[in-house]
Design a protein around this ligand. Structure first.
Ligand code: AMP
Length: 410
């Protein structure tokens, strides 16, 4: 089957076209056929598309909204010579990344009117993301017709197994009862993929998976996975909480909101935007949200604030790993994923420096060798806990969930 995977944001659309079916899933033989993204939807958009194995095509065009962006993607796909995909009819189903499923969804689902209503109900929990996801779902209906199967794969679903002690905030309980204020956690598809890949390559049954997974990208989160289930995670009601990220602050004292607002003349909304968009690595360094650039600045220019941003980033990750080792009563493996986690041996090394007390030690030759998508173990033979790198692949999991839902296997 050819599955179109869509990730619709407020001003961007990312897609992958993946050929997969039950047999290919079993044999890990799925095939990505094409991928791309459109940025700055709503104005002069930038389109970046690529057929697998060929050079990417970059262009610019005015694109008004998500339906127009999806039409541009379909037009482009139809114009390529991709084996088995000549027109719209050759796309069998669409899988959507949906950010917030609230307490409604603990797994992926095929979309029907009831599901769509529940995704709409979650808009107040994710006002920037869920409306774009809904627009993507509606655009598919309009362009492909109502009959095409569409699946929703939620960022929050994998973390629905968190126990109350991990998901409740210590605020008046009625705020949870009345408004569902609680920790939901995000990047669930990424944490689930990493845990799944770990257990299939190591031939471990799901219920024996005890790992800490780290998704360190522009957004960052950590999950404690015990007996195959997520039992704690660092992002909260929204993706703002937890680790230091590219532009998000992560954990802080909520009283900062009032003081910063008063001192800087900002509304609560503006202050929350500042914490989401101007903080984290960017806020500390005053330079960039991009870890690769920060590492270069620290090395080449000895920039104090670039070094400080890196130090705070790694310190916070180390603290969370320590906390989760306690929450889980020990772990078998710590797994790095995400753009930074998969590619930066330096950051992995700095994080693990703080874990020596736990008997965790990296083999620096292996660590340096596992970059650019290479999967494997980077700890020494005698490290008390194994440390691995597993490149994440959320889109693949979305395509696979879509196929499995169509065949009634979820
Ligand atoms: P993602 O959101 O998963 O695409 O990750 C993006 C982040 O990964 C950015 O901060 C990049 O700078 C970072 N990244 C990608 N490659 C490297 C690298 N080789 N070294 C350090 N950071 C990297």
């Amino acid at each position: 089957m050819n599955i179109l995977v869509l990730n619709c944001g407020s001003s961007s659309l990312k897609f992958q076209l993946i050929a997969t079916d039950l047999e290919r899933i079993e044999q890990n033989a799925d095939q990505r056929l094409a991928h791309g993204m459109i940025e700055r939807i709503g104005g002069a958009a930038i389109l970046n598309f690529a057929v697998e194995g060929k050079t990417a095509e970059k262009s610019a065009a005015p694109i008004r909204d998500i339906p127009s962006a999806l039409e541009a993607v379909i037009r482009w796909i139809s114009a390529q010579s991709i084996e088995g995909v000549n027109n719209l009819g050759d796309i069998d189903a669409v899988g959507h990344r949906v950010v917030h499923g609230g307490e409604y969804f603990s797994q992926s689902v095929l979309i029907n009117d009831e599901v769509l209503r529940a995704i709409e109900d979650c808009i107040e929990l994710a006002p920037l993301h869920n409306p774009a996801n809904i627009k993507g779902i509606q655009a598919v209906k309009e362009i492909f017709g109502k009959a095409i199967p569409q699946a929703a794969v939620f960022d929050t679903a994998f973390h629905q197994t968190l126990p109350e002690k991990a998901f409740l905030y210590a605020i008046p309980y009625q705020l949870y009862r009345r408004h569902k204020i609680r920790r939901y956690g995000f990047h669930g598809t990424s944490h689930r993929y990493i845990a799944y890949r770990y257990r299939t390559t190591n031939h471990i049954p799901r219920e024996r998976v005890n790992v800490i997974t780290l998704h360190l990208g522009n957004g960052c989160s950590i999950a404690a996975i015990k007996n195959g289930n997520s039992i704690d995670t660092s992002m909260g009601l929204t993706p703002l909480e937890g680790l230091v990220m590219g532009t998000r602050s992560g954990d802080l004292d909520a009283a900062i909101l009032e003081l910063v607002g008063a001192k800087e003349g900002l509304t609560i909304h503006e202050t929350v935007m500042l914490l989401n968009k101007q903080s984290g690595l960017l806020g500390i360094s005053g330079l960039t949200n991009d870890m690769r650039e920060l590492l270069a600045e620290a090395e080449e220019s000895d920039d104090r604030r670039a070094k400080l941003a890196i130090e705070i980033f790694c310190y916070r990750v180390g603290k969370y790993i320590g906390a989760y080792l306690a929450a889980m009563n020990g772990t078998d493996t710590i797994i790095f994923g995400g753009g930074i986690g998969e590619n930066s041996a330096k950051i992995r090394s700095l994080i693990c420096e703080n874990l020596k007390w736990f008997g965790i030690a990296l083999d620096e030759t292996e660590n340096s060798a596992h970059v650019g998508g290479r999967e494997g173990t980077i700890s020494t033979e005698d490290s008390r806990t194994k440390v691995c790198v597993i490149p994440t692949n959320e889109e693949l999991l979305i395509a696979r969930d879509t196929v499995r839902l169509i065949h009634g296997k979820i």
